[in-house]
Design a protein. Structure first.
Length: 255
């Protein structure tokens, strides 16, 4: 912003003349007024600190299923399209991570960089490992509470998308492939009930901790609506799917 300097007032001396008995004339000057002090320049506008973004999650956060996981993972797309160029990005996603594993590894590493923005997508690995919704809620609550840093960081938390139409799950139901589920493969109704219980837990954690929900479940049956968003493994998103997920996080960030 252009600064404006204030000039000093100039006092002109007025000449005065007077007569004397000798006929000589004297020229005098009025005393000058003291100069006014100039106003100080306005203080410069402070430059805001850059956003420090940390992504906490599992295989989706690491970009599994994309042709180029480093550049096509949704956190990288989110960072490149939704955040200013001055932002700094750290990805801590570990394939296979559960909330318990993230509490031990990812969370301390993320807190070490003092993030001001954190994304969390951790649910499917807990679900397929048979973690109860109550235990999941307790661990997720501890995780989000730590990452919030008393309100110093904004935390976006994704819920669980629909899983019952994923090609890998359908293949598991027929016994034609190895499955990620611990124990018996749940029936669709049971799987949906567990997803609903997890999402209710996520909603409660988000509300308690002052976080922001990213409602991936609201996208519906993505494998049916957008089969081109599912990778060849039938479980993870591909590059197009990750781009759509990044857009959901960007929308939540603006809310």
């Amino acid at each position: 912003m252009r600064r404006v300097a204030l000039g000093l007032a100039v006092v002109l001396a007025a000449g005065c003349s007077g007569g004397g008995g000798s006929g000589s004339a004297g020229l005098g000057s009025a005393p000058s007024a003291p100069p006014r002090a100039s106003s100080p320049p306005p203080a410069p506008t402070p430059t805001p600190a850059p956003i420090v973004y940390a992504a906490v999650g599992a295989s989706e956060t690491a970009g599994v299923g994309a042709q180029d996981p480093r550049d096509q993972a949704w956190p990288m797309v989110f960072y490149q399209t939704a955040l200013p160029p001055t932002a700094v990005f750290y990805s801590f996603g570990v394939p296979g991570a559960t909330t318990q594993a993230a509490l031990a590894g990812e969370v301390p590493a993320a807190l070490a960089v003092r993030p001001t923005l954190v994304t969390v997508w951790l649910n499917v690995n807990d679900l397929v490992a048979g973690v109860s919704a109550a235990d999941y809620e307790a661990r997720l609550g501890q995780l989000v509470h730590a990452l919030r840093q008393g309100g110093a960081a904004r935390v976006l938390v994704a819920n669980t998308p629909s899983l019952d139409r994923l090609p890998l799950y359908l293949a598991c139901r027929t016994g034609s492939t190895a499955c990620p589920f611990t124990g018996a493969v749940p029936a669709p109704a049971d799987l949906n009930a567990t997803v609903d219980a997890y999402n209710a837990a996520i909603g409660r954690v988000v509300q308690r901790e002052g976080a922001t929900l990213v409602d991936l479940h609201a996208q519906g049956e993505v494998p049916d609506q957008h089969p081109d968003w599912v990778s060849a493994d039938g479980f993870h998103p591909n590059a197009a799917g990750y781009a759509a997920i990044a857009a959901q996080f960007a929308t939540a960030l603006k809310s």
